[in-house]
Design a protein around this ligand. Sequence first.
Ligand code: AMP
Length: 272
Amino acid sequence: MKIIRQNKDIKKLLEKKYKFSFIPTMGGLHKGHEFLIKEAKRRKNRTMVSIFVNPKQFNSKTDFKSYPRNLKKDIKILKRLKVDYLYIPSYRAIFSFKIKNKIYLDSFSSKLCGKFRPGHFKGVVNVVNRFLELISPKYLYLGNKDFQQLILLKKHIKKNKIPTTIVSCNTIRMRNLLPYSTRNNNLSKKSIKLASKVFNLIRKEKKLIKRKKVTRINFLKLRKKLSYIGIKKIDYIKAINLSTLKYAKKHNERFNIFSAFYLNDVRLIDNF
Ligand code: AMP
């Protein structure tokens, strides 16, 4: 595996006219990232993983600073997976050039996380757009765990006619239903147990909506249950129709339940 830190080395690499499958990450790699990489390896293209903790998508300096990092372990994992290139750019390498595309933020960006994290999605689309302009990958591998991010990037790519295809990948979970997440590293054992309870309750709720053929989906009872087991801060619990991206009202829509909540200072998101 070749480690690249400078844009001039990316430019040299591009001269070889390889086709790239690109997996952007913020490091702190786990089985969810590994799955994306394994999916990318199924194609013949060269695989490139980036590790860049993008300050522009964090809402506070403390959150940015406390984001778990472990480059040594990450490199070991990527070597084991036989990734071709690891790109670790500096802040300057990413943000010092003028972009060609116009950042497009669909109105879906004002729902869910967009309501609670002002500027977050603008930061995400900005940084991924910069990666796309630098690398021009044929495929971009993204996780459905961050569904809203995935959709907004899809819309940006379409609007700007960027010749990159997004491959969306399933969410990989632990046996207790908790999705793998870098932020899990900041959870105590007790919090992990509690998070697992939350996701189990949400999964049950989805089954109940289907079974009882609910025609006015609402989560008042679920919120009460979550408060009862000790969840003090919930940003949102919403059912979203996966085709229209509007709030789902009825059991027979194709929807997922999206949630964001806090365990101490750690914010977890999921959808299923
Ligand atoms: P991150 O490093 O958290 O920015 O994530 C990098 C990519 O991995 C994003 O496309 C995420 O959606 C994806 N990802 C994160 N967690 C998981 C998971 N548990 N399963 C599948 N993909 C994931």
